[in-house]
Ligand binder design. Structure first.
Ligand SMILES: Nc1nc2c(c(=O)[nH]1)N(C=O)[C@@H](CNc1ccc(C(=O)N[C@@H](CCC(=O)O)C(=O)O)cc1)CN2
Ligand SMILES: Nc1nc2c(ncn2[C@@H]2O[C@H](COP(=O)(O)OP(=O)(O)OP(=O)(O)O)[C@@H](O)[C@H]2O)c(=O)[nH]1
Ligand SMILES: [Mg+2]
Length: 456
């Protein structure tokens, strides 16, 4: 429980029908009673019922006609006493109401602090708390479903089940390690390794669903790169079906990175059109633009390399093929409406594993296949149905859990070393604890909740 009482405006800034000020903590009802005049004394108001009243200024004059509702602990969002004042919309009234709360001793809540209190009072685990943010930031129905599933506890339930199995396997291994004088180990290596394999499969499945959820929310970042004049900006415009970027026949037209989003199968694709790459930029602006192209490539999920199909492959293309070969990429040979000047089999020999598509940005050819390939590259061919909400941090934890389980399995299978295997299980346990929030690490919680809105 927390000593102080916090307050914040929970509705969005700007004009609107209603604004809500939330007050949470032991003094929430008395603070509300100090600034809102109701027919009955506030301590007589029933929990979870709405009452109307007048919001009063410092001199006792009414500012607004409001509704007041109090949720008595522990039956509230935060698990502590929580009172809401619903005033008329518009930033000024809400701001005045918040000021009144602060004058009466409330502290202005930090971003996400209401949800953090809900978490610390055991109303939600960390995966669910993060899903609340996922709901707020969802931009598509599928993303919303993924976040809502997670808020209802689906991710937590899977992770919990794995966590319990992990604990029992660890305990069984420890018995063998602690009593080595017993000739026969408590659990044999084969059984241990089979059980770990099952856990890896389970985690892999969760990680896939979380990746889907992550992509549904954040989108796939695609960097459009290639030599000047190959048609990168034309392709951006064709995909967006609008004339967003300037297109000319002058090489070096695009100077800066232009980012635009469109949706394919419910997944946002964040396209970054970039300055064409060449070794001798015509001026300083272009040189800076080329640097930014490199940065865009670095932060992209997929590199979309565009070539001009009417031109032969040269040294630039050979370099580029090496540069992108070890990261997710798709090759689009553009200008397929012109006579081909490019040796297709040479290109295939440079990038034998790659998806290579013929397109024409100008004639809108091959674009459906391209969109499909982009989504598949990152999301895989698996279904997009069962997505779960996850942040980049949670995905990282899931991957590290899978890695350390792999190491444990290896220790059992190849080295018959149960102590080493137990160490790997302990690592895995820590990763799962960081997903569910079973730890004491304020700085991690600070980071997680700082990404929330004020008032959430
Ligand atoms: N006005 C308002 N709207 C809101 C919220 C809110 O806090 N205030 N929410 C949040 O931001 C969401 C709703 N979430 C909530 C979740 C739990 C409880 C709650 O009081 N739970 C109690 C009682 C359950 C019961 O008896 O049905 C509990 O879980 O013990 C309230 C809101 C969305 N809309
Ligand atoms: N025939 C044909 N011409 C195209 C096609 N796509 C683009 N072009 C032309 O190629 C020229 C360059 O197009 P841009 O889209 O500006 O090329 P870019 O890759 O963005 O060039 P920079 O911004 O200079 O790096 C323009 O004259 C386009 O009309 C295509 O599919 N077919
Ligand atoms: Mg361009």
């Amino acid at each position: 429980m927390f000593g102080d009482t916090i307050a914040a405006i929970s509705t969005a800034w700007g004009d609107g029908g209603i604004s809500i000020i939330r007050i949470s903590g032991p003094d929430s009802l008395s603070v509300a009673g100090d600034i809102v005049r109701t027919a009955k004394p506030t301590e007589d108001l029933l929990s979870r019922f709405m009452y109307n009243g007048s919001l009063l200024d410092e001199g006792g004059n009414p500012i607004d006609e409001v509704l007041l509702v109090s949720f008595r602990a522990p039956k509230s969002y935060t698990g502590e006493d929580l009172t809401e004042i619903h005033c008329h919309g518009g930033s000024l009234v809400a701001q005045r109401c918040l000021e009144r709360c602060l004058q009466k001793g409330c502290r202005h809540a930090e971003p996400g602090e209401f949800t953090r209190r809900a978490f610390e009072n055991g109303r939600l685990d960390l995966a669910q708390a993060e899903a609340v943010n996922g709901i707020i930031h969802a931009r598509s129905n599928e993303a919303l479903k993924a976040a809502s599933r997670t808020l209802r506890g689906e991710l937590s339930r899977f992770v919990r089940e794995l966590y319990d199995e992990l604990l029992s396997l660890s305990a069984e291994l420890e018995v063998g390690i602690d009593f080595p004088e017993e000739d026969v180990p408590y659990i044999d290596d084969q059984e241990g390794s089979d059980r770990i394999e099952t856990m890896i499969k389970g985690l892999q499945d969760i990680a896939d669903r979380c990746t889907t959820g992550y992509l549904l929310r954040e989108g796939i970042r695609v960097a459009l790169v290639g030599r000047p004049n190959v048609g990168k900006s034309s392709l951006l415009n064709s995909l967006l079906k609008e004339s967003r970027a300037i297109v000319t026949s002058i090489p070096g037209t695009t100077r800066d990175v232009i980012e635009e989003v469109f949706t394919h199968k419910g997944i946002p694709l964040r396209l970054m059109d970039t300055a064409g790459l060449r070794t001798t930029p015509s001026d300083e602006v272009e040189a800076i633009g080329i640097e930014r192209t490199a940065q865009a490539m670095d932060k992209s999920d997929v590199v979309l390399w565009i070539l001009d199909g009417s031109e032969p492959i040269g040294d630039f293309e050979r370099d580029m093929a090496t540069r992108i070969s070890d990261r997710p990429h798709i090759v689009a040979v553009n200008k397929s409406d012109l006579p081909s000047g490019l040796d297709g089999s040479l290109l295939v020999s440079l990038l034998p594993e790659s998806t290579i598509l013929n397109i024409s940005a100008q004639e809108q050819r091959g674009l459906e296949e391209l969109k499909e390939a982009l989504v598949e590259m990152v999301a895989g061919t698996g279904t997009l149905e069962g997505g779960l909400n996850a942040t980049a941090r949670q995905l990282e934890e899931l991957r590290s859990a899978i890695d350390s389980l792999g190491a444990s399995k290896e220790a059992l299978e190849h080295h018959h070393d149960q102590t080493l295997a137990a160490a790997g299980l302990a690592e895995t346990r820590k990763a799962l604890e960081r997903i569910l929030g079973l730890f004491d690490d304020d700085s991690l919680l600070d980071t997680v909740f700082s990404r929330f809105c004020i008032g959430k």
